[in-house]
Design a protein around this ligand. Structure first.
Ligand code: FES
Length: 143
């Protein structure tokens, strides 16, 4: 066997033996990436159904530090609605007023419907809404 042939065989052998390691490394990266993606879109508990029904609303910053409120859908569907409590006019904190069926801003009188759309006042756009659901005894909001 010539020296060149020996080197070619040695190179192929090294390549073949390192290939499974490279594939395993790629699979590991892929698995952690998909895990991160699933985590960013996962639901986060923000309170109990008992507290929601007792208080009429839940407020939370458990979803990535965002200020939000969760209420029962007033249409009676049993669903829950979650919106940001940061007013789109000048950033004051809105509060759910169950008697009026509106989110009300204390600063300039902005009013928002249960789904966050503007009902009246100076706010230029709706409150940011979040996907929400009830799972067992927990109220969950999608991060
Ligand atoms: Fe809410 Fe002005 S900050 S109406």
């Amino acid at each position: 066997m010539k020296r060149r042939d020996f080197n070619n065989l040695l190179g192929l052998g090294l390549l073949a033996s390192s290939l499974p390691v490279a594939i395993a490394a790629c699979q590991s990266d892929t698995a952690s990436s998909s895990g991160d993606a699933a985590g960013s879109g996962s639901f986060v508990p923000v309170g109990t159904v008992a507290d929601l029904d007792a208080q009429g609303s839940l407020t939370s910053e458990a979803v990535k530090g965002k200020k939000l409120a969760v209420i029962r859908d007033p249409s009676g569907s049993g669903a829950v609605l979650a919106v940001s409590t940061v007013c789109t006019h000048a950033g004051c904190t809105v509060a759910w007023e169950g008697g009026q069926g509106l989110f009300v801003c204390p600063c300039h009188g902005g009013r928002f419907n249960p789904d966050g759309t503007v009902s009246g006042g100076p706010p230029p756009k709706p409150l940011t809404s979040f996907e929400a659901k009830i799972e067992g005894e927990q109220v969950m909001v999608k991060a």
